[in-house]
Design a protein around this ligand. Structure first.
Ligand SMILES: [Zn+2]
Length: 213
């Protein structure tokens, strides 16, 4: 029986997810303030997008688990560069996030960068212990953003869909046009009762009429 565990990071309250089946796991958006799950064999690390608050634990988790990091090619190009993954501008970035108070900005490394092991463009599918994973590009919030669909019932949406929040296009490379032309049609093809696990805050049931942007 699959289990989805959510861990909220101190870094901008971003969500890390650990998807567990038996003693095996897939990690999504690892944080550096959440330690590797004891007793679990982590087989793969997936990234929803390139922003620092979603990749801060990649190096730590790679070292501890040796699991390959998988993301879109655009995401892979950005996580190597502290300017493109926003680590360099993290304090300014925090101020733009309305839910973070200035005095709660955590310590961070402005030169932080990391590397992907496997990349894809457009989409990538794979099977895992009887489950189906589909990774598909969802540009708009950032060039490297993807949706991660598990068994057509759960969608890990990164910052592309957050409950009751408009999709934010304000970071470098953000594009409302790409969102409208590429990503919205892809999301509208999904079934309406999918449960969305976003990059911040709690999960919710997706309905096409909830697309806010
Ligand atoms: Zn983001």
């Amino acid at each position: 029986m699959i289990e989805i565990r959510r861990y909220e990071s101190k870094v901008l309250s971003s969500n890390m997810y650990v998807v567990v089946e038996g003693d095996r796991a897939i990690v999504i958006d690892p944080s550096d303030d959440v330690g590797p799950a004891e007793g679990l064999h982590v087989e793969c690390i997936l990234l929803t997008h390139e922003h620092y608050d979603h990749i801060s634990g990649v190096n730590l988790w790679k070292e501890e688990t040796t699991a390959p990091v998988v993301c879109s090619s655009a995401c892979a190009a950005s996580i190597r560069d502290p300017k493109k993954n926003l680590a360099r501008y993290f304090s300014v970035f925090c101020e733009l996030q309305t839910w973070v108070k200035a005095d709660t900005i955590p310590e961070y490394d402005p030169g932080y960068c990391c590397e992907a092991d496997e990349t894809f463009t457009d989409r990538k599918e794979f099977g895992w212990l009887g489950h189906r994973w589909l990774l598909f590009e969802l540009p708009g919030h950032s060039p490297g953003s993807i949706g991660i669909l598990l068994d057509e019932t759960a969608l890990f949406s990164g910052d592309s869909l957050i409950k009751d929040c408009k999709t934010n296009f304000g970071a470098p490379g953000g594009s409302r046009k790409q969102w409208e032309t590429t990503s919205v049609p892809r999301l509208k093809n999904l079934s309406k009762d999918i449960r969305v696990y976003p990059g911040h805050f709690g999960d919710f049931i997706y309905e096409t009429n909830e697309l806010l942007y």
